[in-house]
Design a binder for this molecule. Structure first.
Ligand code: ZN
Length: 390
């Protein structure tokens, strides 16, 4: 009986054990659920913390934020081919050479241009010459030939005349002295000081056309507006315009074309700069922060300024890429690198913000600092009606 009772006891104990097991199981289940809930909650908190760091407005520290933006930056160069830099040694004399040299009232041209070509025998048939002995820098002449061919093709006019190209300092002195004698003044206010005329460089040319009263300087109207509008495609700019006369020091001269090369002619024209403003703008860009320019034909360029450092200057250029270095005649060099693809170039906001407003100076054509660079150069002896401006 003890067995049976024991047996009953055992059975009862077994029953008790089963109930305890069930309780333990349920408790374990509840604890597991609780743990899971805690885990999920923690994960959500972590994720939201991460998003906060990404957007920079959550709990993320500034350190985390900068890491994120750092990753953004480093992903950009990684997608581009690495660019290696080398340098070219330029001399002080080189500062005064090249198609971007600035020559004006405050920047004298003291060099003697080399590599000049006589126009006679080397010009195209789409324009004439005032005299046989006229010279231009070779690239300027090639560009003039192409430009005048294009003009004749567009308008049928082949009688345009090149009246003034390269001018020596002595020739400028003669013009200057003549003007002083004629006006009985002590200084000339209509002819550039010797040494300060762009014609000394071999990069400038004056054009005139046949009018009923004789040859006269282009005024940029009628058929000749084509030259004003298209010259940049050939590397020329209309150097002196009415709205920039307070900066250039010259009245509008639609006849005076200055060669700067096609890239810069387009950048200057489309950016609304005069040469002075353009050089000032490029000076804001060094090789680590170059000015990006995409031409209308799809080519892309990096343009930057390097200040001269005396007798020699190491000018940085990109290895393996075409480049051009021009002096500025105001203390430095401008480098133009042709980049092979347009993908890395974004239209720089600087091109619109660097430009000086052109609305300021329309009333300054009669200002005392404004002189005509060309008056007397050819209009007097061609008997033309070209008004010698102030
Ligand atoms: Zn001129």
């Amino acid at each position: 009986m003890s067995y049976s009772s024991r047996g009953r006891k055992v059975r009862r104990r077994r029953k008790n054990l089963n109930i305890r097991n069930l309780i333990i199981l349920i408790a374990g289940f509840v604890v597991t659920i609780l743990l899971l809930v805690l885990l999920v909650h923690g994960a959500v908190r972590l994720v939201s913390k991460g998003i906060g760091a990404l957007t920079g407005d959550g709990e993320g520290t500034s350190g985390q934020s900068s890491t994120v933006s750092g990753e953004d930056n480093s992903s950009e160069p990684a997608s581009e081919p690495a660019v290696s830099w080398t340098s070219v040694e330029m001399t002080e004399a080189d500062e005064r050479e090249g198609n971007l040299i600035l020559v004006n009232g405050s920047h004298e041209y003291t060099a003697e241009p080399e590599d000049m070509t006589v126009l006679y025998g080397n010009k195209s048939n789409s324009y004439g010459l005032k005299v046989a002995e006229m010279y231009l820098k070779t690239p300027a002449l090639t560009a003039l030939n192409n430009m005048m061919d294009g003009f004749q093709e567009a308008t049928g006019i082949g009688s345009t005349l090149a009246v003034s190209t390269y001018r020596t300092v002595e020739e400028q002195q003669t013009l200057y002295d003549e003007d002083i004698a004629n006006t009985a003044g002590s200084t000339s206010d209509s002819v550039a000081q010797p040494g300060h005329s762009e014609h000394h460089t071999g990069y400038a040319v004056d054009m005139s056309y046949s009018a009923p009263t004789g040859y006269t300087y282009l005024d940029g109207t009628g058929d000749y507006a084509w030259l004003t509008e298209n010259c940049y495609k050939y590397g020329y700019i209309v150097r002196y315009t009415a709205d920039k006369s307070s900066i250039t020091g010259y009245i509008a001269e639609p006849w005076h074309f200055r060669y700067v090369g096609t890239v810069h002619a387009e950048a200057i024209t489309k950016g609304g700069y005069c040469l002075e403003e353009y050089i000032d703008m490029i000076k804001l860009h060094d090789y680590q922060n170059p000015y990006s320019f995409v031409s209308e034909n799809g080519s892309s360029y990096l343009i930057y300024y390097v200040a001269g450092e005396g007798a020699t200057t190491e000018v940085p250029v990109q290895a393996g890429r075409d480049y051009e270095i021009s002096g500025t005649n105001e203390g430095g060099y401008i480098v133009t690198i042709t980049t092979s693809s347009a993908t890395s170039v974004s239209t720089p906001s600087t091109s619109s913000t660097d430009g000086t407003s052109s609305t300021e100076s329309s009333d300054l054509t009669g200002g005392s600092s404004t002189v005509s660079e060309d008056s007397g150069s050819s209009s007097s002896d061609s008997g033309s009606s070209a008004s010698s401006s102030n």
